[in-house]
Design a protein around this ligand. Structure first.
Ligand SMILES: Nc1nc2c(ncn2[C@@H]2O[C@H](COP(=O)(O)OP(=O)(O)OP(=O)(O)O)[C@@H](O)[C@H]2O)c(=O)[nH]1
Ligand SMILES: [Mg+2]
Length: 224
């Protein structure tokens, strides 16, 4: 099955095995490659090298009786590789915006990553795209932590309210859960888009709105 395009999701037919393209973005060194490798191979590399360009791996995941094949695209976070990674954003269904809890700069850069993704993926409805905000390296000591869970959630509230999760690729904390949460967020949004008026009162005298508001994505993303 061809990789579905988020912009074309209204056309998606129900299927037993849904292929979802997941792109992982964030500053160099926050642990994107380690997250992917922990999730796909249950392996952690203490001396992981910087990614050059992009790499991808597939993994099946079952959620609520549905099987999803995640095609996970791990990108290079370093600025010098920008032109190598951005061509791969198009057609993404899910985007993980990643920072490290012990790296304040990587958290501040989330907005830049979000904007870069929306621009190069050519996503028009940024407030309803299924992003997941991931704070990695939660295994570090409290002295090393530079970003609190609360401020990360506050950032999410101001940026389309995507779910947020703190992970450790090193000790495997919440890694499976992060990918599950991302898929659930996608499925929730997809269901809303397929049946936008179920549960709502429809005023037949009014024209249908062209854009849906950000409240469509009401997934409780906090996984503590
Ligand atoms: N303590 C801790 N270290 C981690 C964790 N995840 C990754 N690291 C370490 O952080 C460093 C960078 O990890 P990578 O996965 O290569 O980072 P990246 O985001 O892929 O970096 P780029 O490929 O340059 O964009 C490595 O030394 C990892 O061992 C984690 O959860 N906890
Ligand atoms: Mg990498």
């Amino acid at each position: 099955m061809a990789a579905p395009n988020f912009q074309g999701r209204h056309m998606r037919q129900p299927s037993k095995n849904t292929l979802l393209k997941v792109v992982i973005l964030g500053d160099g060194g926050v642990g994107k490659s380690c997250l992917m490798n922990r999730f796909v191979s249950n392996h952690f590399d203490e001396h992981s090298f910087h990614t050059i360009g992009v790499e991808f791996l597939n993994k099946d995941i079952e959620i609520n009786g549905e099987v999803y094949t995640l095609q996970i695209w791990d990108t290079a976070g370093q600025e010098r590789f920008k032109s190598l990674r951005t061509p791969f954003y198009r057609g993404s269904d899910i985007c993980l915006l990643t920072y490290a809890v012990d790296d304040r700069t990587s958290f501040r850069n989330l907005a830049l990553w979000r904007n870069e993704f929306l621009y190069y993926a050519d996503v028009k409805e940024g407030m309803t795209f299924p992003f997941l905000v991931v704070g990695n390296k939660v295994d570090v000591s409290s002295e090393q932590r530079e970003v609190s869970c609360e401020e990360a959630r506050a950032w999410c509230m101001e940026n389309g309210n995507p779910p947020h999760v703190e992970t450790s690729a090193k000790d495997a904390t919440n890694v499976e859960q992060a990918f599950s949460l991302a898929v659930e967020s996608w499925a929730h949004l997809e269901a809303k888009l397929d049946r936008p008026y179920i549960g709502d009162t429809v005023d037949l005298r009014r024209q249908q709105p062209e854009q849906r508001s950000s409240c469509c994505l009401s997934v409780g993303g906090n996984t503590e």
